[in-house]
Design a protein around this ligand. Sequence first.
Ligand SMILES: Cc1cc2nc3c(=O)[nH]c(=O)nc-3n(C[C@H](O)[C@H](O)[C@H](O)COP(=O)(O)O)c2cc1C
Length: 142
Amino acid sequence: MKTLIVYQTKTDAAKECAEIINQKLSNCKLEKIEKVNKNVIEEYDLIIIGSGIRFSRMYSKTRKFLKKNKNELLNKKLAIYACNMLDETFSDAIKKSVPDELLENAIIIESFGGKQPFKKYTDNSWLKEENLNMFIDKINAL
Ligand SMILES: Cc1cc2nc3c(=O)[nH]c(=O)nc-3n(C[C@H](O)[C@H](O)[C@H](O)COP(=O)(O)O)c2cc1C
């Protein structure tokens, strides 16, 4: 299955997750969200979209991308992840960021944890590896 990972990041958590997913899936490519348009989406079977969350929303380019490409994404297999710190506001942030039809269409929507602001990390201690592995398993089972 031809897979594209589209991500937006400010402090690299969503990028690092994209890289891990990319290593564990075959026939997979990753791109920054700015580089992806409708024509690019058309080339793939599965689109994985990942973004950081700030102020209870996925990043702005991600929200715009989801709205603008909604119809194309509805014709694809879709998986969504976010990098965020607060479990309790994750669902709300996703609802505010992802159009309803895409929420229904998504195979999986998962939080992978996030980096604490202003903290420098030399390891993956912020990452919820269990969630990331579950996400990858679900995709590999398609
Ligand atoms: C200014 C700011 C606001 C944030 N707001 C939220 C928030 O509302 N909810 C949350 O769960 N995490 C919040 N976070 C934590 C980020 O989601 C976390 O740093 C994550 O790693 C960002 O993804 P990125 O590293 O891919 O940019 C915030 C971080 C910053 C710096």
